[in-house]
Design a protein around this ligand. Structure first.
Ligand SMILES: Nc1ncnc2c1ncn2[C@@H]1O[C@H](COP(=O)(O)OP(=O)(O)O)[C@@H](O)[C@H]1O
Ligand SMILES: CC(=O)OP(=O)(O)O
Ligand SMILES: [Mg+2]
Length: 398
């Protein structure tokens, strides 16, 4: 018996879950959201139904990690850090090196630092979390669980870019994808809900939050996904552009007098997407609050939806069929209107959502109409559960 904690640093959030292991009983969960934006929110659940909530400005992931470490003790969730006997970290990029979760040694940590370029918004925060917990718990097992692992099944034809092949061979310039731990969890739950073996299913999963991606899961394995070499491509996101013709970059750089391509890529990562198009906010809730009177906010939301619709069509074609589509992550789990509006465009495929069943947030449910040919499921993701399971698995193999 022991307690394992999973740390999940997203682009705008820091989430944790503390489990009693091996029973997988949830002891506490916490979510710091809107990191780097005004009025960040802190929400912690612990004890028997106790809740702690606060609104303050959390400027970066370093502050967020300090806050989590502080609250674990000050709210009496644990009385000593040493009660924690396993730590698992979400790490976004594993490159071609890490195909499975791994115990973090100094050598592994160095390799993660080297991979930072593959997930510039995430890997530095993931590494901060690893170091902060190593400092207070130097002798406790610490495991990295990679977003990219689930995507190692993607066939070559889907991960090689149409650029000179030597760039892949020499530098690993290929599609790696992200959100794989979420896709792993959600595809398992989808199969359970549909009462069929995952091996027999074709799924399109939409992990749409601040970071957003889509995955075609065929027979339980990732077949294609929308994020690329880094988590910048694919659908449009909170601050990330999604797919763009690369020629736009050099053209705009010349016009705007931007000298370095890395600066332009930063604009695509941090100042684009919902934020860049609307000029209002990166947060879908704020966009929805003003879209009726602000055309750019309305447009940004229309674009967000349209990119999702486009990829659903693409993945149904690529898999030559689909049994179910699944909504998950911040927007997917909570935004009733987005789910309705997206699926309303997909009637041709036999997809139809029942507005009554869809009137729900953050709970597992089949939201399709009774006669829908293709099911639409709402499945809250649980990356943290997959993370502590991997800690447990690797504990025995240390
Ligand atoms: N009720 C809601 N309606 C619409 N969007 C929401 C709602 N609740 C949360 N979101 C969106 O979810 C996003 C966060 O998604 P999440 O998956 O938790 O974060 P991250 O991508 O940082 O891991 C935020 O951008 C927020 O706008
Ligand atoms: C990879 C990625 O974009 O993650 P998140 O959605 O947690 O920001
Ligand atoms: Mg996330």
């Amino acid at each position: 018996m022991g307690k394992s904690i999973a740390i999940n640093a997203g682009s705008s959030t820091l989430k944790y879950k503390l489990f009693e292991m091996p029973s997988e009983k949830l002891i506490s969960s916490g979510d710091i959201a809107r990191i780097g934006m005004p009025d960040s929110t802190v929400s912690i659940k612990y004890g028997d139904g106790k809740k702690y909530k606060d609104t303050l400005d959390v400027k970066d992931h370093e502050e967020a990690i300090k806050l989590v470490l502080d609250k674990l003790l000050s709210l009496d969730i644990i009385s000593d850090y040493n009660e924690i006997t396993g730590v698992g970290h979400r790490v976004v990029a594993g490159g071609e090196e890490f195909k499975d979760s791994v115990v973090i040694t100094d050598e592994v940590l160095q390799k993660l630092e080297d991979l930072s370029e593959l997930a510039p918004l995430h890997e530095p925060a993931n590494i901060l979390g690893i170091k902060a917990f190593k400092k207070i718990l130097p002798n406790v097992i610490s495991v990295a669980v990679f977003d990219t692992s689930f995507h190692t099944s993607i066939p070559e034809k889907n991960y090689v870019y149409g650029i000179p092949y030597e760039y892949y061979e020499k530098y690993g310039a290929r599609k790696y994808g992200a959100h794989g731990t979420s896709y792993r969890y959600v595809s398992g739950r989808a199969a359970a809900m549909l009462g069929k073996p995952v091996e027999d299913l074709k799924l399109v999963i939409m992990h749409i939050g601040a970071g957003a991606s889509m995955c075609a899961v065929k027979g339980g394995k990732s077949f294609d996904t929308s994020m690329g070499f880094t988590p910048l491509t694919g659908v449009m996101m909170a601050t990330r552009s999604g797919d763009v013709d690369p020629s736009v970059l050099s053209y705009v750089m010349e016009k705007e007098g931007i000298d370095k391509l890395s600066d332009m890529i930063k604009i695509l990562n941090n100042q684009s997407g919902l934020l860049g198009v609307s000029g209002v906010s990166a947060d879908m809730r704020e966009i929805e609050g003003v879209q009726a009177k602000n055309h750019r906010a309305y447009l940004s939301r229309e674009m967000y939806k349209n990119r999702i619709i486009r990829y659903i069509g693409q993945y149904i074609a690529e898999m030559n069929g689909v049994d179910a589509i699944v909504f998950t992550a911040g927007v997917g789990e909570n935004d009733i209107m987005i789910r309705q509006e997206v699926t309303d465009e997909l009637g041709y495929f036999g997809i139809a959502v029942d507005p009554k069943k869809n009137d729900i947030r953050g709970e597992e449910r089949d939201i399709s109409t009774d006669d829908a040919k293709v099911k639409t499921l709402l499945i809250p993701t649980n990356e943290e559960l997959m993370i502590v399971r991997d800690v447990e698995r690797l504990k025995d193999h240390q």
